[in-house]
Ligand binder design. Structure first.
Ligand SMILES: *Cc1c(COP(=O)(O)O)cnc(C)c1O
Length: 347
């Protein structure tokens, strides 16, 4: 590992981690076959494991979280159908509108409540009547965690309930679902029971280099498999990659608690720095959102880069910084990060 306190500290996202020696070994030793022919035993093992974790009939290994959500939308909806998601959700904002571009599926957005959930009455207001003027409402998408927050289970279930009453299916973008599971001490199966389908990223906090898994009913996963091929996601000896996912589920789930502790330490220390404000109640898992007084100062990223700290703030409003902890961030890094912000604010 080397001296952690001297290495680059990358706080842009939990996607920046490098596969560990153990994960690379699992990759090297993976038994493989051509997965488009259904021959890869390691992919099959990963799919079975995730289906079981989520309490769903079947699952499908896909290239990315974006591909997983796209395939879910293509498999739940057809041209002229509509899905309802949250304003600011990944599926709404950060996937190039893929469902509309590639599937003829239009989005409708509900502004999430403070707890990250979509209020049932707001969902109900967006569900279309059967009328030739309107697109057909087919699907509700929820996201957990949302901005690093664990969305309350009863609120998620209330959202799903109103969707179901109106004949809509329910999909969870659970890119960081395991962070929610570990934080709440629950289990994935009961936390996703309200939904038809779930997308889980292996390449975020779980530390795999590639991959997501989409799970759901058997007939849905059959359609999803066709749609995966349609979007160019049929892979061959992908057991090499699935082996990383299996390794991640075996070794990197419980340790997410360490990422959450490191985020807490960071936010408590940073909240004490003059010029930084953090809503501590909103820091649940591995993301710290903070407001900083940026007026008249040199670019924060330059100041931090000189100290070997990499930050990103490509999306948020000016003065909002997001820090994400992960496998390659250690408690030994905290001082350097706090010093970096303090010296910038004083400078
Ligand atoms: C990262 C992320 C995705 C997309 O995953 P990629 O693998 O980056 O395509 C989808 N949803 C959420 C909530 C995410 O955080």
């Amino acid at each position: 590992m080397g001296d952690l306190s001297n290495s680059i500290i990358d706080l842009r996202s939990d996607t920046v981690t490098r596969p560990s020696a153990g994960m690379r070994k699992a990759m090297a030793e993976a038994e493989v076959g051509d997965d488009v022919y259904g021959d890869d035993p390691t992919v099959a093992a990963l799919e079975e494991r995730v289906a079981d974790m989520m309490g769903k009939e079947a699952a499908l290994f896909v290239a990315s979280g974006t591909q997983s959500n796209l395939i879910a939308l293509l498999s739940h909806c057809g041209r002229g159908d509509e899905y309802i998601g949250g304003a600011g959700y990944h599926i709404s904002n950060y996937e190039q509108g893929g469902a509309a571009v590639l599937g003829g599926i239009s989005p409708r957005h509900v502004v999430p409540s403070d707890n990250g959930s979509l209020a049932p009455e707001a969902i109900a207001a967006e569900i279309q009547d059967d009328d030739p003027h309107f697109a057909v409402s087919k699907l509700l998408c929820v996201e957990n965690t949302f901005h690093g927050r664990v969305v309350p289970q009863d609120a998620l279930e209330a959202s799903a309930h109103v969707a179901r009453e109106n004949g809509l299916a329910v999909h969870i973008d659970g890119a960081r679902l395991m962070n929610a599971v570990v934080k709440s001490g629950g289990n994935a199966k009961s936390m996703t029971a309200f939904a038809d389908t779930v997308s889980l990223c292996l390449s975020k906090g779980l530390g795999a280099p590639v991959g997501s898994v989409l799970s759901g009913p058997k007939d849905f996963i059959s359609r999803a498999k066709r749609n995966r091929k349609l979007v160019g996601g049929g892979l061959r000896q992908s057991g090499i990659l699935a082996a990383c996912g299996l390794y991640a589920l075996e070794n990197n789930v419980k340790r997410l608690a360490t990422d959450h502790e490191n985020a807490q330490t960071l936010c408590w220390r940073l909240a004490n720095v003059d010029g930084i404000s953090i809503d501590l109640d909103q820091v649940h898992t591995n993301m710290v959102w903070m407001n900083i007084e940026a007026d008249g100062k040199r670019p924060l990223s330059d100041h931090m880069a000189e100290r070997g700290i990499v930050l990103s703030n490509p999306y948020g409003p000016k003065g909002v910084v997001r820090l994400v902890t992960h496998l390659d961030f250690s408690a030994a890094h905290v001082d350097r990060v706090v010093d970096g912000f303090s010296s910038w604010l004083k400078g």
